[in-house]
Design a protein around this ligand. Sequence first.
Ligand code: ADP
Ligand code: UDP
Length: 230
Amino acid sequence: MKKIYEGKAKILFETEKKDILVQRFKDDITAFNGEKKDEIINKGFINREISAIIFTYLKENGIKNHYIQSRGKNEMEVLKLDMIPLEVVVRNIATGSILKRTWIKENTEIKPPIVEFYLKDDSLGDPLINKSHIKAMKILPDETIEKIEENALKTNTLLKKFFMNVNLIIVDMKLEYGFANNEILLGDEISPDTCRIWDIKDKTILDKDRFRKGHKNVLEGYIEILERIK
Ligand code: ADP
Ligand code: UDP
């Protein structure tokens, strides 16, 4: 397969079908815009498993996405998307970067959830932007931004339910969208690398914050999430 892109967490390959790509989930883990790096054996496999389960559930519940099927240990076939250069973050509980920008106190529930847009540009440090910026840069017209916001909120509602069923809380998440045949689809991955997930009872952190905070047993948190949802 011809490699067409290698990012921090995944590699994309072309396939014999021009509208289908293979995403290979790497064991590499990074934080703080790539400043902190490590390798966690099997993380790629666990994240691929978690993402596949979540994309399947979302599809069954009306959220169109790029997932086709899993293959091998670390790979999934996906529809090739023309990616929108935005990271759409939905927040249910305040933690992480929002604490540095607002008066919202750590761990408070955010109701209704906050939706944020970040420009996907590593050289600018993925800055927080608003709908006017998106319009001014001609990334998307107004009605498409509204559609994406609506989709992100619906995805959040579904994922809150999904995780609640197995006594987990989805604190926040990063979503990415792209176009295929003029349709907007949810793409990329949905995993503990891109969401914050806590145990409902004791609020144990099970996601990449373990790595960001320098805790041991990062993979154990990811495995706990997979065991509960599968
Ligand atoms: P990064 O690029 O931030 O280092 P990754 O290592 O996860 O992140 O790279 C995966 C890349 O693939 C991202 O840039 C993402 O936008 C892109 N991508 C995700 N899903 C698709 C898809 N279905 N088609 C094309 N590109 C995709
Ligand atoms: N996130 C992500 N990729 C990024 C930035 C954030 O997947 O480049 C996820 C992060 O894991 C969390 C949510 O988006 O689930 C909100 O992250 P936040 O803005 O709090 O950023 P951070 O604390 O990572 O700086």
